[in-house]
Design a protein around this ligand. Sequence first.
Ligand code: FNR
Length: 383
Amino acid sequence: RALKKAVNIADLRLIAKSRAHKMVFDYLDAGSDDEISLRRGKDAYTELEMHYKILAGIKPPLDLSTKIFGMDVNLPFFGCPTAGNRMFHWEGETAAARAAETHGTLYGLSSLATTGITEIGELHNGPKVFQLYVWKDRELVKDVIAKAKEGGFGALALTVDFTWYGNRERDIRNDFSIPPKYSIPQIIEAVRKPAWTYDFLSHDPYTYACINTEVPADSLAAFVNSQIAPEFNWSDAEWLLGEWNGPAAPKGVVRPEDAKKAIEIGFSSIWVSNHGARQLETSPATIDVLPSIREAVGPDVEIIMDGGVQRGTDIAKAIALGADSVGVGKPYLWGLAAGGYDGVNKAYDILKVELDRAMGLLGTPTVEDLKREGPSLIKRRHG
Ligand code: FNR
């Protein structure tokens, strides 16, 4: 019922908060350190104003279709790869993938997903991208890439902002672990959130299915730090591109120089991101760096952007300022935690209606129009 009444993404967040175990909600919701990047990443959109065109003569329906990694999609936004979805709701990644397919958009599967590559490959027939963390074990990397190819993943995103695990202080304070420890605060929270607890206890064991690994009962941060290869560099990235041999983006770019270099070594696309402000604190708001990256790579290189998007107007601004498509992480995860598949669908519905309205009012009926005219329609406040 509450889901039906949700008017916007912020409402979904509140439902998620009331339904999920605090430790899990905070893992989903938090940024690193003092959460400065988290706040700025969202607030940066409010500094941008929409100088809409009048009497543009637009006849609905608008055309929101475009391409992402060369694959046809109905929407210019999509669900980013995110870890551990079964924590939020037992349907986990399957719900997120099915909702993306329902809306005809891209689905991003994380290396730290709790549903396997092959399972998602079989279930989601639409366009999908596999996100790769670079494991110390190269054979594992090769194995994962091969599975992604077989599973019909049309593109690879190499996450490059995760050489160390970010300092998520909410997780430390909550003593975050999966399964929850049997400490008094965890038990009280489990009793307070019976629907979540029932779901969590009564469904499949929780494993990192993509890499076939039991979830370490102790610390996710320590596990990731022990498995990931921070020494991975540009020439290793070239090796990886050779192994993959298909559309690929480095995910986590914030500097124009890095974007240029990535294209030079053979990436097809650039993914501007700061990992939802969960990694390096005071990394810039992605919407602020986007125009300089567009300028650096020129008009023809595909740019995907994510970070802080919670409104259709945010998506419109990102496309207007140089993104070809826009990823969302927390918005659909709040939907997932609020109500499984229905919740993710609701998140997509909300953003779609909002984007449709924003583009109509702005005077740009297609994604192409928005890209072409965008830079003249968005201006910085007081500018
Ligand atoms: C993420 N993100 C992420 N990125 C990635 O490359 N691999 C991963 O496993 C994860 N896991 C993950 C878990 C959770 C709970 C969140 C919120 C995010 C980052 C994600 O792909 C994306 O870059 C951000 O979420 C985008 O910012 P917003 O939309 O959350 O503000």
